[in-house]
Design a protein around this ligand. Structure first.
Ligand code: NDP
Length: 303
């Protein structure tokens, strides 16, 4: 019987994950299909219940469901438990296990961004959704000493900081209100800036004013595209990276969880690049369409 793996999100059309996962199944002769399920929050529980059937190897969960799915599974792995976010599901009989492969994916991306330099100790994180939770946990475990989180809705950032209370007891983890002047003041004393909001995914906006960026910054945008933030940061002389490596490595880890086999990384990376060049968009917060006035870079390659 052909096995099924699904991506549950809203919206999910034209997934980059579909391209890399299907190619990986096919190349290893695994009889499985990767399907896109667009499910609204109200439809999520029913979709998750369906995954308990024998045909399913598991699923990916993406924007905006990563936190909402947590109480719907039977067991959480450590990374999923500690972040309070799930991006991958596996099945053991009728039981569903929630994993968070964004955590290792983010760490690969951070390591590559920092390169041979000493790992910095201060970071600013923009966003407080499911992706941001993996980012903040990754920074905590990398030994960062001060992490400041800005989010449009401050209460969500405060909730995330509270959630990490015990894991972050040895360091300073703070939520701050989203004001350009406060963000600028924090960036002036920070080495690492991570964008974990979806600002820039659908349009050519940046979450921070260009003047706030400086040449000592290491900037990672989780969106898989040359976003305005990354372009402004590069102009300021900063070191920049987009979300490609995180997307690739979270996907590779998920593949191994579903199949028990090492992921064909090179092939998956090539398929991502191919899909990106073809204008497909990511599984990770996928817009339904492209704004007519979006510039070519963002329009063709958002995440
Ligand atoms: P969520 O829906 O859980 O969170 C969305 C975040 O973006 C929230 O912090 C939200 O703020 C913020 N946001 C959205 N729109 C706006 C806006 N107009 N102004 C200000 N803030 C806004 O999504 P995820 O955390 O799952 O994903 C967030 C981003 O990270 C997406 O772009 C996704 O593509 C990317 N991502 C990439 C990954 C990769 O592998 N490369 C992995 C995971 C995520 P608020 O709470 O105030 O609504």
């Amino acid at each position: 019987m052909t096995k099924r793996v699904v991506l549950i999100g809203h919206p999910v059309a034209h997934s980059l994950s579909g391209a890399m996962q299907q190619a990986a199944f096919d190349s290893l002769g695994i009889d499985a299909t990767y399907e896109l399920w667009d499910r609204t929050p109200i439809e999520l529980a029913e979709a998750v219940a369906e995954l308990r059937g024998d045909a399913f190897l598991g699923a990916n969960v993406t924007i905006p469901h990563k936190e909402r799915v947590v109480p719907m599974v039977d067991r959480l792995t450590d990374d999923a438990h500690v972040t309070g976010a799930v991006n991958t599901l596996t099945r053991e009989g009728k039981r569903l296990i929630g994993h968070n492969t964004d955590v290792p994916g983010f760490k690969v991306a951070l390591d590559r961004l920092v390169g041979k330099q000493k790992m910095p100790r201060n970071a600013v994180v923009l966003g407080a959704g499911g992706g941001a939770r993996a980012v903040v946990y990754g920074l905590i475990t990398e030994g960062f000493q001060r992490v400041v989180v800005f989010n449009r809705h401050l209460h969500r950032a405060e909730g995330m900081v509270k959630h990490f209370g015990r894991s972050a007891a040895h360091m300073e983890l703070r939520a701050m209100p989203w004001h350009d002047s406060i963000i600028e003041a924090e960036l002036a004393k920070t080495r690492v800036l991570i964008n974990a909001t979806s600002i820039g995914l659908m349009n050519d906006q940046s979450p921070v004013p260009a003047e706030a960026l400086h040449g000592d910054l290491l900037v990672l945008d989780l969106i898989y595209a040359q976003t305005r933030l990354l372009r402004d940061a590069a102009t300021a002389g900063a070191t920049v990276a987009d979300g490609e490596l995180m997307l690739l490595h979270q996907g590779a880890a998920a593949f191994t969880l579903w199949t028990g086999q090492p992921a064909p990384l090179e092939l998956m990376q090539a398929k991502l690049a191919e899909a990106r060049a073809g204008g497909l968009r990511s599984a990770e917060g996928e817009p339904a369409g492209v704004a007519a006035d979006a510039p070519a870079a963002a329009a063709s390659a958002a995440d």
